[in-house]
Design a protein around this ligand. Structure first.
Ligand SMILES: Nc1nc2c(ncn2[C@@H]2O[C@H](COP(=O)(O)OP(=O)(O)O)[C@@H](O)[C@H]2O)c(=O)[nH]1
Ligand code: SF4
Ligand SMILES: [Mg+2]
Length: 401
C-alpha cells in the first residue's frame, strides 16, 4: 500500500487518453491540463508507461488524466505496454480516443472495448490546425457513422476546442460517480456513529488506515457526530453517550464481540462490507459468497488481488481466506492466486472469484472485473464479504441501501 495521496487516487474521476502512437495523445494531455505532464515528440512511442496527472478540472472536480502508450506499439516492449494501456483503460471512468486518420480500425476496436464495459467514451479529432476543413468534415462524418456519436475537434498546438472537451467530459461523468458514498443512507446529519477501529491501527504498514480515514471524513462532511473506539473501549464509549449510536461500523475482526455488546437500537455494519459496496457490487458479492455453501470439494477458486504488494505473514488473501475455505470445503479445494494485471480474460475454469478489497483501485476498475465475471456467468465476491459469510455475520449486517 502506498501513501495516502496515491491511494486517494481511488476516488478521483479517471480520464484515460488513448490513440495510436503519434496521434497526439501527450500533446493533448499537455494542452488539456495546461501543464507539461509528459514528453511529446516526433519519435514514435515516447510515452512508455501510462503517466497519471492528478488535477482539479472545472467543472469536473478532482480528476486523474492518464496519458498512455500508443495502442499500436510495435516495439519489443510493445506487448507489455499494450497490457498497461489496457489496464489504464479498465480503470478509466471516461475514455478519450484520439482519431488521427482514415484507417480507424484500432480506434473503433477500442471504442467497442469501452462500450462493452459501459464506460463513456469521447471521440476527439486533434491537430485541427494541420488539417483542411474538408478532411475534418470527412473524419467527423466517418466517426459519427461508425460510433453514433459526434467527435470534438481540437488542436493541441493552438488550444482550440479544449473548452468543448471540458464540457463534453462533464456531460459524460457517470451519474453515480459523485453520488456514491461509503455510508449511503445508513447515516445522516446529526446521527451519532460509533466506529470500532482495528486494534492495530498504528501498524507500521498502515494498510488498514485508509478506509477508516475515508469513512471519518465522509461522516464529518455529512455533519454526523463521530465517536471512535477500539473494541476494548466500546462499552466505556457507549456509556459516555446520552443515547445509543444510530450506527456502529466495526473492524470485521472483532465483529462477534461488537455484535454481542451493541445496544439493540444500533445498526451494525463493518468497514469491509461498506467498502465492498463502495468499491464493487455488493448484491453480486453477497450472492457469490453464498454459492460457497454449494461448492464441491474439488472446486476451483480464484483469489484476485489488484496489486502485487509484498504479502504479510498473516496476509488475508494468501493465508487467512485459504485457511478458512479449506476448513469449510476440505483440502481438495484448488485455490489459484492472480495479482496485478494477471486477472484472466477467460474465467470459465473457476467456480468462484474472490476479489481483494481494491484499496488502491477505483470502483470502475473493480466493476470492469465484475462485469467480466457476470458475462461469463462466474460468481464473484470479495475479501470482506466472504469473510463475513464464513464467520456467519453476513446476515447480521446492515447493508448500504
Ligand atoms: N500541428 C499540430 N501538431 C500536433 C498536434 N498534436 C500533436 N502534434 C504533433 O504530433 C506529434 C506527436 O505528438 P505526441 O503528442 O507526442 O503523440 P503521442 O505519441 O500520441 O503521444 C508531435 O510532433 C506533435 O508536435 C496538434 O494539435 N497540432
Ligand atoms: S491486493 Fe488489493 S487490498 Fe491488497 S493492497 Fe493491493 S489493492 Fe489493496
Ligand atoms: Mg506520447
Amino acid at each position: 500500500m502506498g501513501s495516502l495521496n496515491e491511494a486517494a487516487g481511488g476516488v478521483r474521476l479517471h480520464i484515460g487518453v488513448f490513440g495510436r502512437t503519434n496521434s497526439g495523445k501527450s500533446s493533448f494531455v499537455n494542452a488539456f491540463t495546461g501543464q507539461q505532464v509528459s514528453i511529446a515528440a516526433d519519435v514514435a512511442g515516447t510515452t512508455t508507461d501510462p503517466v497519471n496527472k492528478p488535477m482539479e478540472i472545472f467543472p469536473l472536480g478532482a480528476c486523474v488524466v492518464t496519458d498512455t502508450a500508443g495502442f499500436d506499439d510495435g516495439s519489443a516492449l510493445g506487448k507489455q505496454r499494450i497490457e498497461k494501456t489496457r489496464l489504464a483503460a479498465e480503470k478509466s471512468d471516461i475514455g478519450v480516443i484520439l482519431f488521427d486518420g482514415s484507417d480507424m480500425e484500432a480506434e473503433l476496436e477500442w471504442f467497442s472495448f469501452f462500450r462493452e464495459r459501459k464506460t463513456p467514451v469521447l471521440s476527439v479529432v486533434t491537430k485541427s490546425d494541420n488539417r483542411t476543413p474538408d478532411e475534418i468534415q470527412r473524419l467527423c462524418g466517418e466517426i459519427g457513422k461508425q460510433t453514433g456519436s459526434e467527435p470534438v475537434v481540437v488542436s493541441s498546438a493552438t488550444g482550440e476546442g479544449m473548452e468543448r472537451v471540458r464540457e463534453a467530459l462533464a456531460r459524460l461523468v457517470p451519474e453515480d460517480f459523485d453520488a456514491r458514498s461509503i455510508t449511503g443512507s445508513l447515516a445522516d446529519e446529526d446521527d451519532v456513529v460509533m466506529l470500532v477501529m482495528p486494534q492495530d491501527i498504528q501498524a507500521p504498514k498502515g494498510r488498514l488506515i485508509l478506509p477508516q480515514v475515508q469513512t471519518i471524513r465522509e461522516l464529518l462532511d455529512k455533519n454526523c457526530v463521530v465517536v471512535s473506539v477500539t473494541a476494548d473501549k466500546m462499552a466505556q464509549g457507549l456509556k459516555s453517550l446520552a443515547k445509543p449510536p444510530k450506527l456502529i461500523v466495526t473492524d470485521s475482526q472483532v465483529f462477534g464481540e461488537v455484535y454481542a455488546g451493541k445496544p439493540k437500537e444500533s445498526m451494525l455494519t463493518s468497514f469491509s462490507v461498506l467498502f465492498a459496496a463502495y468499491k464493487g457490487d455488493l448484491p453480486y458479492y453477497m450472492e457469490g459468497a453464498r454459492t460457497l455453501d454449494g461448492l464441491r470439494e474439488n472446486a476451483r477458486v480464484l483469489i484476485a488481488e489488484c496489486c502485487t504488494h509484498a504479502p504479510l505473514t498473516e496476509d488475508i488473501g494468501r493465508v487467512k481466506i485459504p485457511r478458512m475455505l479449506r476448513s469449510r470445503l476440505g483440502q481438495g479445494l484448488e485455490i489459484v492466486h492472480k495479482s496485478g494485471t494477471d486477472f484472466p480474460a477467460d474465467l470459465s475454469g473457476y467456480d468462484l472469484i474472490i476479489q481483494c478489497g481494491a484499496c488502491m483501485y477505483n470502483r470502475k476498475y473493480v466493476l470492469s472485473r465484475v462485469e467480466q465475471a457476470k458475462i461469463q456467468g462466474v460468481p464473484m465476491t470479495n475479501y470482506g464479504v466472504v469473510i463475513a459469510h464464513l464467520t456467519g455475520i453476513l446476515d447480521k449486517i446492515a447493508a448500504v441501501p
